[in-house]
Design a protein around this ligand. Sequence first.
Ligand SMILES: [Zn+2]
Length: 454
Amino acid sequence: MSTPRRLLVKNIGHLVTMNARRDVLRGAWLAAEGGFISAFGVGAPPPELAAGATVHDAGGGIATPGLINTHHHFYQTMARAYTPGNNLPLLPWLAHMNKLWRPFTAEDLHVASKLALAEMMLTGCTTAADHHYVVPAGSGDNFAAQFRAAAELGVRFHCARGSMDVPSKLIGDWAIQTADEIMGDVARLHREFHDPAPGSFRQVFLAPCAATSASKALLVESARYAKAHGLGLHSHCAETVEEDTFSLEKFGVRPLEYFAECGWDFEGVWFAHGIHFTDTEVKWLGDRRIGVAHCPYANMRLGSGICRVGDLQRAGAKVAIGVDGSASNDSGHVLGELRQALMLARVRYGAGAMSALDAIALGTTGGADLLRRADLGSLEIGKCADLAIFPEVDLHSSGAENPVDALLICWSRRVESLIVGGEVRIAGGRFVDLDLDALIADHHARARRIHAAL
Ligand SMILES: [Zn+2]
């Protein structure tokens, strides 16, 4: 990727800063230098800012901070709408879907990652975390393939070194690795790819798949390594009521208590879903500033339940958005997922429970807080120049009185343009350097081969 240059974005209809006051500026401009925001304001930009800069016309659109997705499984883009699991809850759905991955290669994962990232970028995402844990023997360097996909698209990527070291009925032994193999690979990826500096495009975190498929030794060692090196630590927890029963029978404690026993009790830990927490557990999470990746669509799709977003936030827990894997979403529209969060919060807590800006916060400041990225999440001087620019008026929002509310309340739009680290990646609704049609054709053909191999 080239060195970020100077950038001036002019003609922003509404600049949704997501600063502490949640200022929304009308008729704004924003300047960036070296990938970070250097100035912004309203009215005509100072002429000297255009000299030597790339000037990007926002077309009167709505600019938000680049959206942050905190839970996904990119590989599952190749198992969307998979017939055997389309009307099933989590565990039987998973058992069907998991059979597909035996022939999956690192190159398949590269293409799946690129498609998942492209889809999220077109819907406003500039930073994405993926939880990849299926590593078939002989499949190649899965995680390097994912970093390559993100680099090709110029998007910020937080890569889980996901893992499973316990055989289960849900997946074959071909997907299981030993804890030593896993931790050795964690150290390699940490050494080769992790960049903790402000403006980072590459980070690594540890992510055993779940307490059902990771040994206690692996959970304990993952927590120890993450804490010692300041890396993120992630897993699935409290997604279904069946998980409570399983945990009580097998471990004698509830799922969160089991993670706590394994040392998962510090800031930097976040769990996907977090639906079935008790009041005591919500307080415990809040006291430790532990995060929850809220995945509203997948929770509805699998009939898992409704995350207690409001209660978790009031307790002090970090809540951010996750589209979840593309086999339980079955897509990855990040702005659309914020809309789902908005609606589901109102189902649970009433019409006044969440505003459009509250929902946008889940995908911006909430995501930055959860990933411990102080350089992301809002449009302020010194922060990364990551902007999602949506058309202010389109077919779905024509007639709207409040354009910012309309972004969530009207149907979900794609971006008009996307800027990551001061670089324009999407303009006029199209990638500047990606043949999306060719990517879709390659991806779909690979997926069909995988379906046919079963
Ligand atoms: Zn998941």
